[in-house]
Write a protein that binds this ligand. Structure first.
Ligand SMILES: [Zn+2]
Length: 278
């Protein structure tokens, strides 16, 4: 399998779904930074979740950003899926990181979900407390509370692959099969990590839902992509006060900024920094 997002609908019941399978892209992201295993697992789940949520948006609605913050050893975790399915993520934490579940890593935490283009007025944000034991649980709570959408989410991340499955009730469609939702969510929840990561989408869906007709739409490629640029970093420097930039120059001789997402270094010599303020 290679870095694809599939969306599907059940023909006879009012349920839609999405499947995210990452391998080379996930390995690339892992190679950018060496994180402790627990952080890496959470990042993998987060990046898969951002793509699953992006699959529910209308085309061209912009990006999905998941931002988890807490007072635990992991203070910040961000995953972003752009409007054309470029993925990036980053984490801030204090070592040592215990190999522990979400609640111990983030502590008293919350997850903010931002949807929409950066420049759009239609951008909105929802926040869900991280009371659930898992990110998938927290996102199901978010969907139910702020979107009124009943959803089931599975998220897996290991060294070689990260994957996830979303099942969502379609509220506007009349339901004729009273037990349909319960049946497919029960069957979907039996999916193992290796099945979700390794099986081609048609085979996986046939194996999980043998009695239901599922219409699968063409896979959409997912890839790593960072939106950082020299111009954006310059814009950030412009937002600082001149004294702040002068203090950095006095201490370091130049201003050096490293992108937290992709590791790209941007260096600005003193004359370029002073041009900003002249
Ligand atoms: Zn970058």
């Amino acid at each position: 399998m290679s870095d694809l997002l599939h969306v599907f609908v059940f023909e006879r019941i009012a349920v839609r779904g999405a499947l995210v399978q990452l391998d080379a892209t996930w390995r690339h992201i892992r190679n950018l930074h060496a994180h402790p295993p627990a952080v890496e697992r959470l990042l993998g789940e987060c990046i898969v979740a951002s793509a699953l949520l992006a699959s529910t948006l209308k085309r061209g609605s912009g990006s999905v950003i998941l931002q988890m913050q807490g007072d635990g050893p992991v203070s910040l975790l961000v995953a972003e899926c752009s409007g054309d399915f470029g993925l990036r993520c980053t984490a801030r934490y204090a070592q040592p990181i215990p190999d522990a579940p979400l609640a111990r890593l983030l502590g008293n935490g919350r997850c903010a979900i931002t949807v929409g283009a950066v420049t759009s007025t239609r951008r909105y944000q929802g926040v869900v407390p991280l009371e659930d034991a898992t990110l998938a649980g927290a996102l199901q709570t978010y969907m139910a509370r702020s979107e009124q959408l009943e959803s089931r989410i599975l998220l897996f991340a290991a060294a070689d692959a990260a994957s996830g499955l979303l099942l969502q009730r379609i509220p506007e469609r009349h339901e004729t099969d009273a037990d349909g939702w319960n049946r497919v969510t029960h069957l979907g929840s039996t999916a193992r990590a290796d099945e979700l990561s390794m099986l081609a989408a048609p085979m996986l869906l046939r194996r999980l839902f043998p009695e239901d007709d599922v219409r699968l739409f063409g896979g959409r490629p997912l890839r790593f992509e960072c939106s950082c640029s020299r111009d954006r970093v310059l814009g950030m420097l412009k937002s600082l006060r001149r004294e702040e930039v002068e203090a950095i120059l006095a201490e370091q001789g130049q201003v050096e900024v490293t992108c937290e997402f992709c590791g790209q270094r941007y260096v600005f010599p003193p004359d370029r920094c002073r041009e900003i303020f002249s």
